[in-house]
Design a protein around this ligand. Structure first.
Ligand code: TGC
Length: 399
């Protein structure tokens, strides 16, 4: 059958190479073996299963789109397929791979020194070191330019960081944090810059944000930075990392993965309710024989086909080197919005049984509340598209 499952009514499968399909199936096997049997328990107990990290590393899924330094060097489409399969298991597990690979490893790979790359990337690709990415702050979410965290360089060359970060995935598990901070004007450092911060540096504290009603099999944290002293070479030195375009280049990678990931959660919700509706009998016939059920299933399948077509189009553009951030916003906005609708419709079709952890759709819908919010909210992506269409930025009040 199609790697996109029974929702594939448009020959999506035929758009993939054999190698791409093999990778998707290998990740699905991992999800079936290690995630599906346990996810309800992890979700209920709010546990991120650390033991999954070596399994993800074995398949080369950590920093899988990066080349060299022990990374798998896979195509964007393969990375997307892996994200989709993982998120069919749970958004929290896909988030681990995104934060580790698309954010933390990408930051070092794109903007780091040779020493930083050699030191961290092979360990992170092997899953022996975990990374996190600190951009968002308690008072700077959609507007990262308003961040207050500072990095001040002392005469001896050391950097001293002070401030706070919020909603940082994996921070309590992480060995290394990429922290973005305002430098003011220090020699070559201008504006926002990134720093490679080992999390055992004195003054670095991370605390998990609890209790959450979303993304429970994952960890998001508050970080405080109190006089965190770093050597001069802790700064990400690349020209590419001067200013907010440094972190935005990493967000592009993570947002790209979400385009595919969200469709995985949608597909899993659809498959669950497709199965259920053929087994569940009311008024003397299976739910699947009711016209209202069929209309809902058809609508879900339409959006899954459109969502994957969009993901494939954007993925092929990424592999061809023609991707631009506007295309990423099209995919992120559309696929998160449609995925959460599909997950909610699937919950509804499961009736009362749909509110238990025996079924995936409400868990997916709750997770997708986070997915549509992080890496640029629906509103931010709508405004990025509005700016692309009109030439007028409407993020802040005019004047
Ligand atoms: P503006 O201030 O004009 O731009 C600053 C510079 O950045 C460049 N740029 C981009 N570069 C590459 N890719 C993109 N997508 C870029 N978007 C902007 C821009 O060209 C400029 O460069 P330069 O050389 O002129 O300095 O900003 P803007 O007006 O373009 O953007 C405004 C807005 C609202 C779109 C932007 O601020 C935005 O995207 N806000 C949303 C922030 C967001 O997504 N936050 C999520 C943070 S993720 C995180 O902290 C952890 S969540 C995951 C986890 O850990 O679990």
């Amino acid at each position: 059958g199609s790697v996109f499952g029974p929702a594939d009514l448009t020959g999506l499968d035929a758009q993939l190479t054999a190698e791409e399909k093999d990778l998707a199936r290998a990740v699905r096997d991992l999800v079936d073996t290690h995630i599906r049997p346990n996810i309800a328990g992890w979700y209920e107990q709010a546990v991120f299963p650390r033991e999954i990290i070596p399994e993800l590393a074995k398949l080369g899924l950590l920093g899988m789109h990066l080349t060299g330094y022990g990374c798998a060097g896979r195509s964007a489409v393969m990375y997307g397929l892996a994200a989709s399969e993982l998120e069919a298991g749970d958004s929290g597990l896909r988030t681990f791979v995104s934060v580790q690979g698309s954010l933390a490893m990408s930051a070092i790979h794109k903007h780091g020194s040779e020493e930083q790359k050699q030191h961290w990337l092979p360990e992170m690709a092997a899953g022996r070191a975990v990374g996190c990415f600190g951009l968002t702050e308690p008072t700077a979410g959609s507007d990262p330019a308003s961040m207050r965290t500072t990095a001040v360089q002392e005469p001896g060359g050391d950097w001293v960081l002070n401030g706070a970060k919020r909603w940082i995935g994996l921070a309590t598990l992480a060995d290394v944090a990429i922290i973005w901070a305002q430098t003011g004007e220090h020699g070559d450092a201008r504006g926002v810059r990134g720093f490679v911060v080992p999390t055992d540096t004195p003054g670095f504290h991370a605390v998990a944000i609890e209790p959450k009603l979303s993304m429970r099999a994952s960890v998001q944290c508050d970080i405080t930075l109190e006089d965190v002293r770093l050597p001069a070479d802790a700064i990400l030195p690349g020209e590419s990392a001067i200013g907010l375009k440094g972190p935005f280049a990493c967000l592009n990678e993570a947002r790209y993965g979400i385009i595919w990931g969200a469709m995985g959660a949608a597909r899993d919700s659809f498959e669950e309710v497709l199965r259920y509706s053929s087994e569940r009998t009311q008024f003397g016939m299976p739910l699947s024989a009711f016209q209202l059920t069929q209309a809902k299933l058809a609508d879900m399948a339409l959006e899954i086909n459109k969502g994957y077509l969009l993901a494939l189009q954007i993925g092929r553009a990424k592999d061809a080197g023609t991707l631009n951030p506007t295309m990423i916003s099209v995919g992120k906005l559309n696929n998160c919005r449609e995925a959460i609708r599909i997950a909610r419709d699937a919950r509804e079709m499961l009736g009362g049984n749909g509110i238990t952890l025996d079924h995936s759709p409400l868990r997916h819908a709750n997770n997708l509340e986070s997915v549509r919010t992080y890496e640029g909210t629906d509103e931010v992506h709508a405004l990025i598209l509005g700016r692309a269409l009109t030439g007028v930025g409407a993020f802040a009040a005019a004047g």
